[in-house]
Design a protein around this ligand. Structure first.
Ligand SMILES: NC(=O)c1ccc[n+]([C@@H]2O[C@H](COP(=O)([O-])OP(=O)(O)OC[C@H]3O[C@@H](n4cnc5c(N)ncnc54)[C@H](OP(=O)(O)O)[C@@H]3O)[C@@H](O)[C@H]2O)c1
Length: 342
């Protein structure tokens, strides 16, 4: 059996493909054979040492990378009831966050960061940490879901996504394109930003109602508000972090929501809390989601026949194949998701 490991926090040079002997299953464990994986922005941080709460690469190397996969169940423990051999499944980003509020103890189960991830020929997981793949998706498509799609889902659901709402989503990466697709499925209006007119055209084809190039319109919050007749948007999918937060707060309507998700930008601004309090904004930190959220998302994907947008698929035969996928992610030239497949 092969798996990929990051040997140390010394960059992608530490990525290696190794043989390993799979451990026997515990009674409530399931062994899956991933057929496809996907990359997320966070995966770029792991070869450089991870981030708070996700530093296995430093504290207990090596790290098996990646949180996202889709594959088949190939073996089940003696007491497993939820799955059988042959089921098509995805791992949950936090296998131990099943439902309810996220608890501190569950953070340690974050795949490919706090704990070993899934870029392996087989992976052993607790049965409570898996979901059944949406029946309408291929393995490559389903592998896009565990991190980015569940994150977008939680951000939209906590702000009570309803038909007619206006959502502002930043950029055209994995989380933002899922937010666009899910919001359109629910009958919302979507404003999207990008540094590329070509990517905005693709977003329009996916249903985006208004497209703003944030490179040519650095004051993108102004046209976003104008598009809503000056009212502001109901929910901002805030993946930019410190460099975009102030404009996101400005773009939101009074009593609207800003879903704090990402840190794509460096701290250039010092957003004023006044913007949030005088507009009575709900500022909600989002950290992927629970299994129950993932299951609700899968039902919506099946009902609406939503298909994740895959920009490019890489192989997993060699370290060079996998490294090329990481490098493509780092280039930022993708639209939607980047997949590795067998
Ligand atoms: N909190 C959570 O649970 C959670 C979960 C998933 C992701 N995240 C975070 O969310 C962020 C996005 O993740 P991802 O995996 O979707 O990333 P990704 O696929 O790598 O998306 C990157 C895209 O972000 C856009 N971008 C970069 N700088 C921007 C800016 N200043 N303004 C607007 N857009 C900008 C670019 O889009 P264009 O090329 O169109 O300009 C770029 O292609 C990351 O910070 C990630 O760590 C957090």
């Amino acid at each position: 059996m092969f798996r990929y490991e990051l040997a140390s926090a010394t960059g992608l040079d530490g990525l290696r493909k190794v043989d390993f002997e799979p451990a026997p299953l515990g009674p409530t464990e399931v062994r899956i054979a991933p057929r496809a994986w996907s990359l997320n922005f966070r995966d770029l941080a792991m070869p450089r040492g991870g981030y708070p709460g996700n530093r296995k690469i430093q504290t207990d190397p090596p790290l098996v990378p990646l949180s996202d996969a889709a594959g088949e169940v190939v073996e089940v423990g003696a007491a497993v009831r939820r799955f059988a051999v042959g089921d098509r499944v995805c791992p949950c980003f936090f296998p131990d966050w099943v439902d309810g509020e996220l608890e501190e103890s569950q953070l340690a189960s974050a795949l490919g960061g706090a704990a070993d991830g899934v870029l392996a020929e087989t992976v052993r997981l607790p049965e409570h940490g898996l979901v059944r793949m949406p029946a309408n998706l291929s393995f490559e498509e389903a592998a896009c879901l565990p991190c980015a799609a569940v994150t977008a889902w939680q951000a939209l659901m906590l702000a009570r996504l309803t038909p007619g709402q206006t959502i502002l989503t930043l950029g055209t990466g994995g989380v933002s394109i899922f937010a666009l697709q899910i919001a359109k499925l629910a009958g919302a209006r979507v404003i999207i930003t990008s540094s590329s007119d070509e990517k905005l055209e693709r977003a329009r084809e996916l249903g985006a109602d208004a497209c703003i190039n944030y490179a040519t319109h650095p004051d993108w919050d102004v046209p976003a508000r104008e598009w809503t007749g000056g009212v502001g948007v109901d929910n901002v999918i805030e993946v930019g972090g410190a460099g975009t937060l102030e404009r996101s707060l400005r773009a939101a309507r009074v009593s609207g929501a800003v879903s704090l998700i990402g840190i794509l930008t460096s701290p250039e601004q010092n957003p004023s809390p006044m913007l949030a309090l005088f507009k009575r904004l709900t500022i909600q930190g989002i950290y992927v989601g629970s299994r129950v959220m993932f299951e609700a998302l899968c039902r919506a994907i099946e009902a609406g026949d939503l298909h994740p947008v895959i920009d490019k698929t890489f192989g997993c035969e060699s370290v060079d194949d996998v490294r090329a996928a990481y490098q493509y992610l780092k280039s930022g030239s993708h639209f939607g998701k980047i997949v590795i497949a067998r």
